[in-house]
Design a protein around this ligand. Structure first.
Ligand SMILES: CCCCC/C=C/CC(=O)SCCNC(=O)CCNC(=O)[C@H](O)C(C)(C)COP(=O)(O)OP(=O)(O)OC[C@H]1O[C@@H](n2cnc3c(N)ncnc32)[C@H](O)[C@@H]1OP(=O)(O)O
Length: 393
């Protein structure tokens, strides 16, 4: 596993699962033959967990961690970690949530859960392998070219295509390469049922040596560079919105030339809910596209738009029935890609260039404001709440 995804997995495995995987002698107190069997089952389950072929996901790992602690140490009685210590706080919350569950019951639940996971990891995966693995940096982004179209596909469907730090870097590289390649048209789309669930909220959990301030500073720089690539992209840029879109995957749409959406798509910018503020130049493009009060409803109050509403407000170019979405959209794009490429570039230049300077200034300002927001209690509480599974959009 490369890049951020790898770091995150290592972090979870080393932080959350080190004890269950690496403590061979559990030292459990057992009361009789029935309990002996239970302890043996528990020890077996601890070993069995190491053999899982598939990562069970953070939520399950958190559950396993909590059950393990409850089974071996009893109810949580250690002090709650500080608010900025996201990972340990999340672990503490999960353990604490088990309340006074007995060690025996926790052991049994742990054994049941591991046996369920083992059974499902042995059955064949219904998903076909990703078709294209050309992109060397990370499997979470797939870039392909054909029929005059370069397609940049967000490929993290199990996480609703949430954008990891590595993915921001990879998208920047992909856009830079696409701006110089042979394809007249460039497309951004997603794999699976979501277009993208926005910034991966776990990006904020790997604190660098400089602490939260350094994390906020480097994230603001990366955000600014990322959005600049969309502002400066010289060719027709099309979003093929294959499902719901959240956060930054919605705001950048104002920088695309054309946005096609399935009727399943929704458009959601829950910045206030997250203690954050608009980015992707949306504080400027959205009021221009839809008028200031409709923009305010989305950007201040987080109103979620259906595809039809987004189309009526000018954010989406056209909506297609989900059943024919892929067929109709790609057929149309293939036809457009045969148009003279230089004419399309020059027309885009005329349409967009007089706004570029303004957009760069807006982008810089939004990134600076967000740098402060990320350090606010409102934002930290919202992220901690999502990570501890207390909230979802
Ligand atoms: C360089 C830094 C730049 C920063 C720029 C800032 C941008 C701002 C934004 O983008 S704000 C938007 C942030 N996004 C969210 O708040 C979305 C959070 N996710 C959810 O609320 C839900 O997951 C959902 C509504 C998108 C989907 O819900 P559903 O019930 O259908 O699916 P799950 O919740 O079970 O999701 C499956 C797994 O995917 C993980 N996941 C989904 N989105 C994110 C995300 N944004 N960040 C981190 N993880 C995400 C989810 O946790 C599940 O993981 P699991 O299987 O391990 O449990």
């Amino acid at each position: 596993m490369a890049g951020f995804a790898g770091r995150l997995a290592r972090c979870w495995y080393s932080g959350f699962l080190r004890s269950p995987l690496q403590v061979p002698a559990l030292g459990l107190h057992v009361g009789g033959p029935a309990m002996q069997t239970s302890q043996k089952d528990f020890n077996n389950a601890v070993s069995q967990l190491k053999l899982l072929k598939e990562d069970p996901g953070n939520e399950v790992k958190l559950k396993l961690y909590a059950l393990y602690k409850q089974a071996t140490e009893g109810p949580c009685n250690v002090p709650k970690p500080g608010m900025l210590d996201f990972i340990n706080k999340t672990k503490w919350d999960a353990w604490n949530a088990l309340g006074s569950l007995s060690k025996e019951a926790a052991r049994q639940n742990y054994v049941d859960l591991v046996s369920k996971l083992s059974a499902s990891s042995e059955s064949p995966s219904p998903e076909a392998p990703a078709a294209d693995r050309k992109q060397p940096e990370s499997d979470s982004l797939v870039v392909t070219s054909g029929d005059g179209i370069t397609t940049i596909r967000l490929n993290r469907p199990t996480k609703k295509n949430a954008l990891t730090t590595q993915m921001y870097h990879d998208i920047i590289a992909a856009l830079q390469a696409a701006s110089k390649d042979e394809s007249p048209i460039t497309v951004l789309t997603g794999s699976g049922d979501y277009f993208c669930s926005g910034n991966d909220l776990t990006n904020f959990t790997s604190l660098p040596a400089g602490g939260p301030e350094e994390m906020a500073r480097s994230s603001a720089v990366l955000l600014r560079d990322f959005v600049n690539c969309f502002i400066d992209f010289p060719k027709p840029l099309v979003a093929v919105v294959n499902g719901p879109a959240v956060g930054i995957s919605v705001t950048i749409l104002g920088l695309f030339d054309v946005v096609y959406a399935t009727d399943r798509a929704t458009f959601h910018t829950p910045f206030s809910h997250l203690g954050q503020s608009p980015e992707g130049c949306s504080s400027y493009t959205f009021p221009k596209i839809m008028g200031s009060s409709k923009a305010a409803e989305m950007l201040l109050f987080g109103k979620k738009l259906t595809a039809q509403e987004a189309c009526a407000q000018g954010l989406v170019t056209e909506v297609f029935p989900d059943s024919t979405f892929q067929k109709e959209v790609w057929a149309r794009l293939k036809a457009y890609s045969k148009l003279p490429p230089n004419a399309m570039r020059i027309s885009k230049q005329i349409i967009r260039d007089r706004e570029k300077e303004k957009l760069h200034a807006v982008n810089a300002e939004e990134s600076n404001v967000l740098r402060e927001r990320w350090l606010s209690d409102e934002c930290m509480n919202a992220i901690a709440s999502f990570l501890s599974r207390k909230s979802k959009l």
